[in-house]
Design a protein around this ligand. Structure first.
Ligand code: 5GP
Ligand code: ZN
Length: 114
């Protein structure tokens, strides 16, 4: 997708502070962090929303989840805890239409979210 911010980050056309990368997944620091740790984990493949997932995307969703857990472990949050969030469409608060998993940690996280 030529007009997708996150595809441009995958392509190296927009800079990002990358914290993890493999064949399927990229993780980078959120530009506007909502917690001391706020990382976004994305598939390298463009998928607009969770509603657009197909059965063959199951491995990349698994890879995103494992990357989130690895980042939490590396940063020492795995035991204390952290939060992963995937917003879907306007009502869910999605603003970038390339799926991404927020990984939030380092402060008390209340529930329910706003
Ligand atoms: P959403 O609201 O779609 O769930 O989350 C989008 C996230 O992407 C927001 O937390 C926002 O701060 C982040 N974001 C938007 N544009 C950029 C960008 O160009 N670079 C980075 N690193 N994060 C971005
Ligand atoms: Zn994209």
């Amino acid at each position: 997708m030529t007009d997708c911010i996150f595809c441009k980050i995958v392509a190296g056309e927009i800079p990002a502070r990358i914290v993890f990368e493999d064949d399927a997944v990229l993780a980078f620091e959120d530009l506007n962090p909502q917690a001391p740790t706020h990382v976004l984990v994305i598939p390298k493949k463009h998928i607009a929303t969770l509603n657009d997932l197909s059965p063959e995307d199951a491995p990349v969703i698994g890879a995103m989840t494992r990357a989130a857990a690895a980042i939490a472990r590396e940063r020492g949050f795995a035991e204390d805890g952290y939060r992963t969030v995937m917003n879907c469409n306007q009502g869910g608060g999605q603003t970038v239409y390339h799926i991404h998993m927020h990984v939030l940690a380092g402060r008390a996280l209340s529930w329910p979210p706003g």
